[in-house]
Design a protein around this ligand. Sequence first.
Ligand code: FE2
Ligand code: FE2
Length: 456
Amino acid sequence: MALLNRPSGAYPDDVPDTLFQSVDEAAGRLKLLFVVEKELLRLSAGYLPAVEDWELKKRLTVHVWQDARRADFIRKRTLELRFPRKDVDARTASQRAVMKAAQELLGCRGDAEFATGVYLVWKRACLQGYETYLSLTDPLLDEPTAEPLTRFVSDLSGQIAEIEGLLHRLYRDKPDMNPLAAGWERHCVAALLEVSAQASEDFGSRLTRPGQGAQEDTVENRKPYSPPAVPVRDSRFTPTFHHNADRRILPDDRFDEALEKKLIQGISHANEMWAAEAVGAVMWAWEDMPWDFYTDAARWLYDEGRHCRMGEQMMSRLGFETGIDYPMAGESYAALFPHGYEQLLGLLHYFESTNTKQASKEWFETAGDEDSASNLDYDWADEALHLTYGYKWLLHRLGGDSERLEALRDESARIWSEWFNERVLASPDKPYEVFRDRILRLAEAKGLLPAGGSMA
Ligand SMILES: [Fe+2]
Ligand SMILES: [Fe+2]
């Protein structure tokens, strides 16, 4: 792409004498960055249910939302710069090649390769794309772009640094992944450089091919990705297929009602990762939705990940360790997944349209449990948004037919309660027993329960 030299003497002396770009060139660069950001956030959302490492999973729920906010800004700014052209959502052949290469990142074998390809290769290239843009643009003429892009650079650098820190542990825990990941990283860099050269943009040109001597990997013979039927949980957790801690499962005559409700609330909240994973799987599966869908869904996914972190924080304050002292599972996702993505999102929409958060918040307030009441207060505020998202986007998928939407939601609820009755209540497998014992023992040790009572 041709660059014009800044005419001498045209600007005050304190503006650095850099190259500058025309409006059309600026829009072209931003559009490519939008294409990349959109694919990266969609594939990160889609991979969420397959991520095993609990810390990586939680970080992804935050990053997807940050990615969506950057992408949304760039898309709007591209439209401003191209006005009256509106082709920001159209793709050239070279941009489609970039999308395809990004999607191949999901040919990864597990968390370490996923994080390596997405963060160490593609997000680094994206970061360089923003830095290059800032070095070429006039800080005053293009201030509406330059000002937020400066923040995007620190945003993205922070994401990469966080995941680099995690990768040290992932590699340490799985040393056999090291040589494989080096070959994979070489492959990802090579694939990115090939498509960025086609797109004629300075995107990733400063990346170097790592792992000299490592066999360059290939995506050939790797299966195309589809989200797992059962969301993956950390291998450090005690395995279980359900988390549901209602009164039929966690009864003990020593619990007072406030403690019982607090525990049930904390465990349910911590397990809301299933909702983030359901939204993520849908973001991946529904490829050609209007742009607003992805920004709404990214916020939805982030909120559910945040509710999960709120539950974990609450349980940790009581002294309970995630996945060890109380169960972590994604059974609502697993129960609906075989019935299709609309049905899966339909269950989340059903739960959100029948929510009792307000009543629970008031109950905890009256019981003097400010901590639980505040959690529910913020959760309830988020639910109002989610209800709108569920209604709007399911209706979109169902051609605007609100009767079909109602039927879909009811059917999701029916499938769920049948699954729960068969698999949990009527099943001879009682995976909850181990957690119930731990919960009671810990509650007793922390003085939350009188010692030596009988289990009901
Ligand atoms: Fe939630
Ligand atoms: Fe929600």
